[in-house]
Every structure is written in C-alpha cells, then in structure tokens.
Ligand binder design. Structure first.
Ligand SMILES: C[S@@+](CC[C@H](N)C(=O)[O-])C[C@H]1O[C@@H](n2cnc3c(N)ncnc32)[C@H](O)[C@@H]1O
Length: 359
C-alpha cells in the first residue's frame, strides 16, 4: 500500500519559498535534509510542516514521490539546479494542470503510477471487490473500465457501455463518480446486473442506468436525456468476439451473426447508432479478441478497427492485454496446446483495447 503524507499547505509553501531565497547551495541542502528527515519520519517536526489528515488547508503527497523530489534537490550540483527543482515542487503545490479530459493533475504527474500508460497490459488478477463478482462468462476485468475512465473522463462525466453484460463498467462508474449508461440485450443478464450495481455503494450520487435493448437501434439520445445529460464523454464497447461465446438465441445478438461479415456489419450498426451521442474529441474504447476457425486466424480486432476507422474516428492506441482464460478454456488447455503444436498456430493469450478519438 502506497503511503501518503499530509502537510500544512501554507507552511510547506512558505518553507519552499524560503528555500528558493537561499543564496548558498550548502545552506539550502542542510535545510532540505532536515525537511526530508521530517517527511521520512526520522525527526521531530521542528519546521511545523506536518498536519493531521482531517485538518483544513492541507496537501497530500505520496511520501515516496515527495522524498524522491527532495533527493533530487540534494543531488543537484548547482544552486540554480536545486532552485529549479524547488520551484517545480512549489508549482505542483499551487497549480493544477489538466488536459481537460480527465482529473489527472499534470503538475503532480509522478503521483499517478497506478495509471497505465504503456500499450502492453499484463493484469494477472481480476478485481473481485464489492459488486464485482465475476459471475458472467464473457465479462471483462474491472481494471479495464477503471483505467479507461481515469484516463478519459473526469468525475461527473458520462460513460456509455452498449454491451453492458454483467454491468462491470457501471459498477466501476459508481466507484469513480462517473454517470453510467448501459445497454444489454439479454434481459435476465441485465436484471441480475441491475441488482448487483444497486449493491455497489454510490458515494458520489451518480446515475447508473441499465436498459434492456438492441444497441443497433436503441434511442441513445433518449437514454442520455433520461439520465439528465446531453452527451457522453466516453464509450466502452465490449462486443461478443463474434461466436466464441454465444450469449443467447436472439438473432439481434452479435454472437449469432451468420458470418464474420455480418458480425462486422452489426458491430458497425452499433457504432453508427451511438456515435452522435459522444461529445466531439472524446474517446471510444473497443475491447475485442480475435478468433480461430477452420484452420484460420480471424483477426476480428483488426477488422473492427477498420470498421471504426471508416467512420469519424482517429486511432489513438492499440493496447494488447493478456487474456485471462475462461473456465471453459482452462479445462481444454492441454487440448489447445496439442492443436497448436499439430496445426501450426499459437494459442490466444491476448486481446485488444482499441482506442479511438471522435473527430
Ligand atoms: C462480451 S459481453 C460484455 C460483457 C461485459 N463487459 C461484462 O463485463 O459483463 C457482450 C454482451 O453483449 C450483449 N449483446 C450482444 N448483442 C447485443 C446487442 N445487439 N445489443 C446489446 N447487447 C448485445 C451480450 O448479451 C453480452 O452480454
């Protein structure tokens, strides 16, 4: 668990301003050493910078990050360099800089190491906390919507998931303070999901709405209006990987498409239907895996990507994520290995998170 430290904002700011005014490097470093020892818990707080968590006008830092910042000052060879690091720390205290589409304070970007920025996601353990029970065959791990919402939405924004399944996205919406609108074709699945979503605490008072219906034709605008908003700020699409898992006997279900072409056509219909509800310049994530059929690798991920790129979207990232084996596959693991060895192919261990920005 990352340890945080609470400081008295004004006192800490005064301290940094005083340090910036020092005229000799050694004097400055001696004072920084003292400050570092207080923050590391090695010394009594004779500078009065520490504060209790419940006090007003405080600032919270990740202890390790703040210590690293101070170490940088201590390692500086010149007074100018040391003052530059202090000035940067001071700025992180007084200024909030965001890119406008999330709540990440770029002035303190080093404190966000829980947010992934690499295109390879290896996530070994599913988050099973709270209402995330992982009961639905074909669900995704909650860390996917969690990461996407932190990067592409702000608190109070609206997220739409047109293949809502067990409601993983909507549960995560409640946790992170985003309004969530989901559509799910299967009414039994939607009913169970609604029950679980309702069990998840809603500390930010967000609206979570899960509608039963066909995302190719549902009135997305009406759903947004029902939630009291005009546009969504993020779409998360996790369609069936064609017929890898057949979710129902319903012909409107993408997993019942008769061919890859029909699957892509239906997927495109969903994108067309919901796109007008996404605010311009905002993001859409498509979580999709490939499939293997009749001796051939079918690159559903790339096909879906092409389908989206024919529309008003720019590709921002292709993320490769390790694939968690489903219960069904696990029992067949040996069989798949034998098939791969004899058939000259590789067993799927990854899926894609494709990120697009609306033009
Ligand atoms: C891969 S699952 C999504 C799982 C979800 N991310 C979760 O964590 O539970 C795809 C879902 O899309 C639903 N679905 C298929 N066709 C649909 C359509 N035309 N409209 C709405 N939902 C559809 C299926 O019933 C299935 O629950």
């Amino acid at each position: 668990m990352e340890e945080f430290i609470t400081l008295d904002r004004a006192q800490f700011r005064n301290e940094l301003e005083m340090l910036r005014g020092k005229s000799a490097l050694e004097g400055l470093k001696a004072r920084v050493r003292s400050l570092r020892d207080i923050i590391a818990g090695k010394k009594n707080d004779d500078l009065g910078v520490l504060a209790a968590e419940d006090e007003e006008n405080t600032v919270r830092f990740k202890r390790s990050v703040l210590l690293r910042e101070l170490d940088q000052v201590l390692e500086a060879y010149t007074l100018e360099r040391a003052c530059y690091y202090i000035k940067r720390l001071h700025r992180s205290l007084v200024a909030t800089k965001t890119n406008g589409i999330n709540d990440i304070n770029l002035s303190r970007w080093k404190e966000y190491d829980h947010i992934i920025t690499d295109s390879l996601w290896i996530i070994d353990r599913r988050d099973t906390s709270g209402a995330h029970l992982g009961w639905y065959w074909g669900n995704f791990i909650p860390q996917i919507p969690h990461q996407l919402m932190l990067r592409y939405t702000r608190r109070g924004d609206v997220v739409v998931d047109p293949f809502a399944g067990s409601g993983t996205t909507l549960i995560e919406c409640r946790r992170l303070g985003r309004h969530g609108i989901g559509v799910e074709l299967n009414k039994e699945v939607a009913a169970r999901a609604r029950e679980l979503i309702a069990k998840e605490p809603n500390p930010y008072g967000c609206t979570t709405l899960l509608e039963t219906g066909d995302s190719r034709t549902i009135d997305c605008e009406a759903l947004l209006h029902a939630a009291g908003v005009q546009k969504a700020q993020l779409f998360i699409l996790h369609p069936p990987y064609h017929d890898i898992i057949v979710f129902s006997g319903d012909q409107r279900d993408l997993s019942n498409a008769a061919s890859t072409e029909e699957f892509l056509h239906m997927f495109g219909q969903v994108v067309d239907n919901i796109t007008p509800c996404l605010e311009d310049k905002r993001y859409m994530a498509v979580v999709i895996g490939d499939k293997y059929a009749r001796g051939e690798w079918i690159p559903l991920g790339f096909y879906c990507m092409e389908e989206v790129l024919r529309r008003r979207f720019t590709l921002k990232s292709i993320i490769v994520k390790n694939f968690n084996e489903t219960t069904g596959k696990r029992t067949q693991k040996e069989l798949w290995r034998y098939r791969a060895l004899s058939g000259g192919f590789y067993v799927f261990k990854h899926e894609y998170i494709l990120l697009f920005q609306k033009k």
